[in-house]
Design a protein around this ligand. Structure first.
Ligand code: ADP
Ligand code: MG
Length: 703
């Protein structure tokens, strides 16, 4: 929170009426709230409209979150010492329902009173076609509902806060105490007046007051709109400023296209796709502009990003610069290294490619680093060993970062320090991020998309099977192997987890070697806890066709390319997220043969898991899959975005509020056009600076 100079919002929460040291400590620990300003930004996530009550007899399987009112006719703790649950019965004139708690059993047992009247709020579950409410909100009904307290704000809280009387109602109480004290002048407006007018937004103080102490539905929605807009607006102003600063960063000018690029292009065994050509043109434009390139290249698995990355590196070479490519794992770095060497062999030009990973040590490493600094090495490929301080280039002009999601923003920017000017940076990711999200998270980058697969690819046939079908799946594997193909089998865990009975990798490996006995069948195994050299050895055997089956964990998820592998079997597929399943599936379908992906799950699936399996079977479009994933899991969980840390979105939702995001982005752009350094909008400027500072703190706490 900013603008705390003389504002009361900077005051420690401890001194607020009803708080004190113990509660203050808990608020800090559990929710990160230290000041009144922190509390005022702890927005309610919904409201209970106390005038709307559903009759118990009217509850249906389609009922969403609803409110019922009734008398408590029984309650009882059931189960054994390990799995206790509290079951209560609530009755109104039309019927009765069960309320169930698995957590906080003790707390609710003390709270509930037989025959008292309660207001219960929750989403009903159905068991044997009878409704019950798991973990509902429950409140003693005291007195009639009046219009001023018709909407009750509901705040998120934690078990620990609840034991300190800071459940949603406790929080509502201290929020009211806060609004008794603060004045409109304590809340500085940060959105410029003109923007407020153009967008017809509510003022800041009014919005904050309405969101916590609402009087009617309309004021809630206006307050929400204003606060969501504010979050998007701040984020976009920061992104656009960053982008603007970057644009002003001088970059090397690649003014010619020479032999490296042209000869390579001529000897390509296939035609580049239209999308690949377009991206290369974009890179070409960027590298001629005089500014540093910062480009994100999104393309589905198998869309041919590597060639584009390689050709971007060749542009650098043609202009007398070195280039590098950074991959997230040794296996991938090794693979890129071999590919690049193979593809550039016949050019008849001097081109030294080297590999640098953690396992390059001693004299070899020293020689390599010397060669790099002298400029003898043209292309360096490696893992994040590349960004260590000891690695110095003579003239690094182009840096390619493969599979962005494994690297943080910090690592990306470390590459800049490798040269006099920052090199051009092309970040390649196979995790398609929906446009809106990309705009939010990578708004500081320009985005290119490869939206076209190389021609002649056969769509991968995907099927969902249950564990009981496993023998038939094994039969199908044998058929494929008999045709000379290879098979991946992926398991989610290395060891049996204590709580869940999922197939473990080792158990799987045993059952596979039993079903596919040597010497007829050869089986490889790769997992994260193996030594790198052993892993590489096994991977190499599989690549060379010496083994038929690769039993693996998700280490093979990213980038590994074995065109002869035509079947991917994923065990306990319900354990994987959609993006991950899609990535895994992308390991097959790289050759000319028809490829298959079989998802094996248990019979009992949650609605979400079922939706994930259905989506995988229905489509192989990475962008569609990413959209569904985003809806199912929420943006914070999308693979590749965890590292974005806290980006200051508390109330705004990048999926649901896309239209507002767009408006905020346009407004931010207009503002920066007339006031690029925010000299005329100092309140905003100060707010953003504090926000950035705070997020750095939170960031350091996480990592
Ligand atoms: P990804 O985008 O997943 O990194 P790759 O760059 O590994 O994809 O490419 C997948 C495969 O497609 C590679 O074997 C590559 O040689 C091949 N490939 C790339 N571009 C084309 C193209 N235009 N036509 C045919 N094959 C291509
Ligand atoms: Mg790749």
């Amino acid at each position: 929170m900013s603008n705390q100079g003389t504002s009361q919002l900077g005051n420690p929460i401890m001194y607020l009426k009803g708080v004190g040291p113990a509660k203050a400590e808990a608020l800090k620990k559990e929710l990160g709230i230290e000041t009144l300003g922190g509390l005022i930004q702890h927005y309610p996530f919904r409201y209970i409209d106390k005038t709307k009550v559903t009759r118990i007899a009217d509850i249906t399987e389609d009922s969403q979150t609803i409110q019922i009112k009734g008398r408590l006719t029984s309650f009882d703790v059931k189960g054994d010492a390990y799995k206790k649950r509290l079951v209560a019965t609530l009755a109104d004139e039309s019927g009765f329902v069960e309320l169930v708690w698995f957590k906080g059993v003790h707390y609710f047992k003390n709270y509930l009173q037989l025959n008292a009247e309660y207001l219960v709020f929750g989403k009903p579950n159905f068991f044997m076609s009878k409704p019950n409410f798991p973990h509902p909100d429950i409140e003693h009904l005291a007195g009639p509902v009046t219009l001023t307290n018709r909407f009750l704000p509901v705040y998120s809280s934690t078990e620990r806060l609840k034991t300190k009387q800071l459940d949603t109602k406790g929080i509502a109480r201290i929020v009211r105490n806060m609004f008794d004290k603060i004045l409109p002048a304590d809340v500085t407006e940060i959105i410029p007046e003109t923007v407020l007018e153009e967008e017809e937004l509510m003022g800041r103080f009014q919005a904050l007051k309405n969101i916590h102490l609402p009087s009617d539905e309309q004021s809630i929605s206006k307050a929400r709109e204003r606060l969501k807009f504010e979050e998007f607006f701040c984020l976009q102003v920061r992104m656009l400023q960053l982008k603007h600063v970057r644009k002003k960063l001088k970059g090397f000018i690649f003014d010619k296209v020479g032999d490296y690029f042209n000869k390579f292009y001529e000897q390509l065994p296939f035609e580049l796709t239209g999308a690949q050509k377009r991206v290369l043109k974009e890179v070409r434009m960027d590298t001629r502009s005089g500014a540093q390139m910062n480009r994100l290249l999104q393309g589905d698995v198998g869309s041919g990003k590597t060639i584009v990355g390689l050709m971007a590196m060749l542009m650098a070479l043609d202009n007398g610069f070195q280039a590098c490519m950074m991959a997230p794992t040794e296996i991938l770095a090794q693979q890129h290294f071999e590919n690049v060497k193979k593809m550039t062999k016949g050019l008849g030009l001097e081109l030294n490619v080297e590999l640098l990973t953690g396992s390059v040590k001693g004299k070899r490493r020293r020689l390599l680093l010397e060669g790099l600094e002298m400029g003898f090495i043209h292309i360096l490929i490696g893992t994040h060993a590349l960004i260590e301080d000891t690695v110095k280039f003579k003239d690094l002009g182009m840096a390619i970062v493969d599979e962005q999601h494994r690297f943080g923003v910090q690592q990306r920017s470390k590459l800049w320090l490798k040269s006099t000017y920052p090199p051009h940076v092309l970040v390649m990711t196979a995790t398609p991020i929906p446009r809106t999200l990309a705009m939010t998270l990578y708004g500081d980058l320009d985005v290119s998309v490869i939206d076209e697969l190389p021609p002649g690819r056969k769509a991968i046939v995907t099927a969902h099977r249950y564990e009981k079908d496993r023998l038939r799946v094994f039969g199908f594997m044998k058929e494929e192997i008999a045709k000379g193909r290879q098979v991946y089998i992926v398991y989610p865990l290395i060891e049996e987890s204590e709580h869940f009975n999922y197939a473990s990798l080792m158990e799987g490996y045993d059952s596979i070697t039993r079903a596919f006995p040597a010497p007829q069948y050869q089986v490889s195994i790769v997992h994260g806890q193996m030594h790198t050299s052993d892993k590489d050895f096994e991977m190499q055997r599989f690549k060379d066709g010496e083994t038929h089956i690769m039993v693996a964990t998700t280490v093979i998820e990213v980038g590994v390319d074995v065109p002869n592998a035509s079947l991917m079997v994923i065990e306990s597929a319900e354990r994987f997220g959609l993006s991950q399943l899609h990535q895994l599936r992308g390991r097959v379908g790289r050759g000319a043969e028809q490829s298959y992906c079989i998802l094996i799950t248990s019979y009992k699936l949650t609605a979400d898991s079922r939706k994930r399996m259905q989506t995988m079977v229905a489509t192989s479009d990475g962008f569609k899959i990413a959209e569904v994933d985003l809806k199912l899991r929420g943006p914070g969980m999308i693979q590749g975005t965890q590292q974005s840390g806290n980006i200051g979105l508390r109330i705004a939702d990048v999926v649901k509020d896309q239209a507002l995001l767009q408006r905020a982005r346009e407004a931010a752009a207009r503002l920066l056009e007339s006031d690029p350094d925010l000299e005329n909008n100092l309140a905003l400027k100060e707010f953003l600076a504090t926000q950035e500072q705070q997020q750095k703190l939170e960031w350091s706490r996480i990592s």
